[in-house]
Write a protein that binds this ligand. Structure first.
Ligand SMILES: Cc1cc2nc3c(=O)[nH]c(=O)nc-3n(C[C@H](O)[C@H](O)[C@H](O)COP(=O)(O)OP(=O)(O)OC[C@H]3O[C@@H](n4cnc5c(N)ncnc54)[C@H](O)[C@@H]3O)c2cc1C
Length: 265
């Protein structure tokens, strides 16, 4: 690890000013600190967000649940109102990594990082959430832009994420057993305007699947998945799984997610 200075921000404005000055935001450190140890990242200044109360917590706002950027995975997993309104999101958070990762990692850090096998981006995209930053609001459909890339500008900070409450939702992850990230994960949300399906772990980043969305919007049942054609060309092969295997997993995991969303899990 290289030398760096550590600066604890006292407010959103303070953090934004420090980030605009070249500081790198530090949330749960579960990705950033490991990257620094491996010398993949070498920020001169870390701007710690952990002391900013405005960035923490979960609340209901009209027909949406709003989750602060510095809310840890464990809080999302155990929040009773979230479990009652967006069960798929709470369950997703409870399946991230291990206890330490869930105790430290945050939703803002995960979404900003946009790891192609991370879980949260699939919920954000699958639920059609809105990402609120210190500069603007960004729709999920425009936010995720491929491998570790988002619509965030340098120094821009996520403040919270607003999730519309769906009729039903679920996340089915097939874990890569060593890392516990998604070898393939599917988030399914049934909404008033149709079904949204977001897939993580399949390639360069989270994507929606038009074929599955059309079939499930007609009939929200596991058997509706049978008639959907999924091509291996939609996926990446790596040392963990071939593209053909991931294509097969997509249908299996989508069926599991729908089954769970219908309250059968
Ligand atoms: C062993 C292990 C297993 C894991 N398993 C999983 C898994 O199963 N599923 C999964 O989804 N994830 C998994 N993770 C990743 C975990 O969820 C991390 O918490 C997450 O990737 C990063 O969140 P963080 O809060 O630790 O962010 P940090 O590591 O502190 O920051 C990550 C990046 O986001 C930026 N950032 C942080 N906060 C903000 C903000 N508010 N606005 C803008 N930019 C910001 C930082 O500058 C940095 O570039 C795992 C991690 C580990 C170490």
């Amino acid at each position: 690890m290289y030398g760096f200075s550590f600066d604890r921000a006292s407010s959103v404005q303070d953090a934004a000013a420090k980030a605009a000055n070249g500081g790198q935001l530090l949330a749960g450190g579960q990705t950033l600190l490991a990257s620094m140890k491996q010398r993949l990242a070498s920020p001169e200044t870390l701007v710690d967000l952990s002391g900013i109360a405005d960035l923490k917590g979960i609340c209901k706002d009209g027909n949406a649940m709003v989750v602060g950027a510095m809310t840890r995975h464990q809080e999302v997993a155990t929040n009773k109102e979230l479990i009652a309104t967006i069960a798929g999101l709470a369950r997703l958070a409870g399946g991230i990594g291990d206890r330490q990762v869930r105790a430290m990692g945050t939703i803002g850090g995960s979404v900003a990082n946009n790891d192609p096998a991370a879980c949260y981006p699939s919920a954000v995209l699958g639920l059609g959430a809105t990402i609120k930053t210190n500069k603007r609001e960004i729709a999920a459909d425009k936010f995720f832009q491929g491998l570790f890339t988002t619509a965030l500008e340098p120094g821009e900070m996520i403040l919270s994420i607003r999730f519309p409450i769906p009729k039903a939702s679920a996340y089915a992850k097939f874990k890569q057993p060593a890392s516990r990230y998604a070898l393939l994960g599917v988030f399914v949300a049934q909404t008033d305007s149709g079904v949204r399906v977001a897939v993580t772990g399949g390639g360069n980043g989270v994507v929606r699947h038009a074929g599955l969305e059309a079939a499930l919007s007609k009939s929200f049942s596991p058997s509706a998945v049978d008639g959907v054609t999924v091509s291996a060309s939609e996926f990446t092969s790596d040392l963990h799984a071939s593209a053909e295997y991931r294509a097969q997993l997509l249908k299996v995991q989508t069926k599991r997610a729908v089954h769970q969303a219908l309250g059968n899990a």
